[in-house]
Write a protein that binds this ligand. Structure first.
Ligand code: AVJ
Ligand code: FE
Length: 446
């Protein structure tokens, strides 16, 4: 069992690092080098920045912090410090050229695997960075997070398709289950103290009282979202948060990002290919404001972060919180659409093997789900290993997203994993599901 066996964790760490590098290599070799240094969107770094930043973080945390090695190229550190230069300005920096960046990342990796072989992976060891191989898990997650970021850059890039992947299984029939489920009120355990590679913001495990609520069985579909469009949703300020309404007016927003109207149909461009918007897929590339407005229009609301996690982890029979909706076992393709195996979410109602005890589907994978909650620390939060991972982002300007998308790897996705972004952002692989109070008791409790 990897939760208690250091050798199993070591194997898991090697596999996680190698899986991340396979993906990084694909994302940075499927286009010509000039496309790696180009700015595809001011919201994103050039791909070659992500590549060297991945290597630089690995050097800092595995080679320097764990193994005490000297900096290989100290002069490049500031170039790849995410806080020194905004993304929009990174193309102008004297970055390592693609071949150099590849060489640097490979060099770091070779040394990191040597360090990994010798590191003490004690489950309860005194050194927090190597305890249960935390630093290695953290770095594998970091690389996979940038692989998702790079996939977003690929989606924003114009020009011919560079990436392909098989589509998920089409739905045999439209999802026929109940539209929503009732999650009973009462306490549940939120966050984790046990998951060895959980990041600082997921810790510690603590009890939360959550009043009974209803939550959608599946993410909101494109078909459902089109009804909001057809009903004039983007022309009616009643549905919108004032800041969201201001964004609609300022940018002339009228549909999710990448959508446009063509001969009476909604079409969208995805990874260089234009297609009809598939009605049965979860809606993708919506901002928090769009999700919030849709929910209000539908007479509902976004779930809070604790409601989302209770729906995803709470086992009403045992009262325990599980690692995933389906239990404690790792994800499989039958349970969740993760890992960029497909370049799109699966139809709503897919993955019955991944459903929660109450029957909620697709909580893990497919689309990141906006919650109503601001990104805030849990009681007892301790920043680790650096304040800039989470702590500096806590506050009302960021909203929490949960559950991961088709672009997230297993290692960076679990029932406790927290993502965050500005509520105006929609280049990310974001969708949502809605919720509502269960009744007068729920309203009193709030
Ligand atoms: C957790 C996705 C918000 O990309 O800003 C990558 C992850 N942190 N490198 C981000 C991250 C440092 C982070 N998000
Ligand atoms: Fe990073």
């Amino acid at each position: 069992d990897f939760l208690t066996d250091p050798e199993a964790l070591r194997v898991r760490a090697v596999e996680a690092l190698e899986a991340a590098r396979r993906r990084t290599t694909l994302l940075t070799s499927c286009v010509e080098d000039p496309e790696l240094t180009a700015q595809h969107s001011p919201l994103m770094s050039p791909l070659v920045w992500d590549l060297a930043h991945i290597g630089n973080q690995e050097e800092q945390w595995l080679l320097r912090a764990v193994a005490g090695q000297e900096a290989m190229r100290p002069e490049i550190d500031p170039l790849y410090d995410a806080f020194e230069h905004p993304r929009s300005e990174r193309p102008k920096l004297p970055l390592l050229a693609p071949e150099e960046a590849r060489g640097y990342a490979a060099d770091v990796r070779g040394r990191a695997l040597d360090v990994l072989e010798k590191a003490a992976f004690d489950v309860d060891g005194p050194a927090r960075l190597t305890r249960a191989g935390f630093a290695f898990g953290m770095i594998a997650q970091h690389e996979q997070q940038h692989d998702e970021t790079m996939l977003i850059t690929h989606q924003l890039r114009t020009g011919a398709a560079a990436l392909t992947a098989p589509d998920p299984e089409p739905a045999a029939a439209p999802f026929a289950g109940p539209a929503e489920v009732l999650v009973p009120g009462g306490p549940f355990t939120m966050g984790t103290s046990a998951e060895p590679w959980a990041l600082d913001n997921e810790r510690p495990a603590h009890t939360r009282e959550v009043a009974a609520f209803h939550i959608d069985t599946t993410p909101v579909s494109n078909a459902a979202y089109m009804e909001f469009l057809a009903d004039g949703g983007y022309e009616d300020p009643r549905w919108w948060d004032p800041a969201g309404w201001a964004a609609v007016r300022e940018h002339g927003l009228h549909a999710p990002l990448f959508w446009r109207r063509e001969a009476g149909d909604w079409v969208r461009r995805r990874f260089g290919v234009t297609e009809l918007v598939p009605p049965d897929e979860p809606v993708l590339h919506v901002s928090w404001y769009e999700a919030d407005a849709y929910a209000r229009w539908a007479g509902r609301r976004l779930p809070t972060e604790e409601e989302w996690e209770k729906a995803a982890r709470h086992d009403p029979v045992t009262g325990r919180s599980r690692r995933y909706p389906w239990g404690d076992a790792d994800p499989t393709p039958e349970r969740a659409n993760l890992g960029q195996r497909h370049l799109r979410p699966a139809p709503v109602g897919s993955c019955p093997e991944g459903e929660s005890p109450l029957g909620v589907r697709q909580l893990i994978g497919d689309v990141w789900e906006w919650t109503s909650s601001d990104f805030a620390p849990y009681p007892g939060f301790v920043a680790y290993p650096y304040r800039e991972y989470s702590e500096v982002f806590f506050g009302p300007e960021y909203k929490v997203l949960r559950g991961g998308s088709f672009a997230v790897a297993d290692v960076a996705c679990r029932g406790t994993f927290r993502n965050w972004d500005y509520p105006v952002r929609r280049q990310i692989f974001s969708g949502f599901r809605t919720a509502r109070d269960a009744g007068p008791v729920a309203r009193e409790a709030r």
